[in-house]
Write a protein that binds this ligand. Structure first.
Ligand code: ZN
Length: 108
């Protein structure tokens, strides 16, 4: 992968941060998170925070209308997240009982 030249990471010094960690801003995650979101989103693994079931988004139960999709756990039916679709096509995700979101390559 080519180096990411669009995001510049800025150090944010904080004496409380452990010496083993480096405190920077969110630009430091550009490459890592693009790996998570670049592929087929239905292959992302969702882990339910209520019953701990994990599985790909493709297997979750989805209740959908024109402006909202509610993603429910197939194991316990809790709402893991909601996907809101705005009038201009903008999309937002509101986590609920989602404990973890894993890339398909994580092997879980
Ligand atoms: Zn569940």
């Amino acid at each position: 992968m080519a180096p990411d030249t669009t995001h510049v990471t800025h150090a944010t010094p904080d004496p409380a941060v452990d010496e083993r960690a480096t405190r920077v801003d969110g630009n430091a995650l550009a490459g890592v998170l693009s790996a998570l979101f670049a592929g087929d989103p239905t292959l992302l693994t969702l882990v339910c925070g209520h019953c701990a079931r994990s599985g790909p988004l493709a297997e979750a139960v989805v209740e959908r209308d024109e402006t909202c999709a509610i993603v429910r756990c197939r194991g316990c039916t809790r709402t893991m997240l909601s996907v809101m679709i705005g009038p201009a096509g903008d999309v937002s995700v509101r986590p609920a009982a989602l404990a973890e979101l894993r890339s398909a390559a994580s092997g879980a």
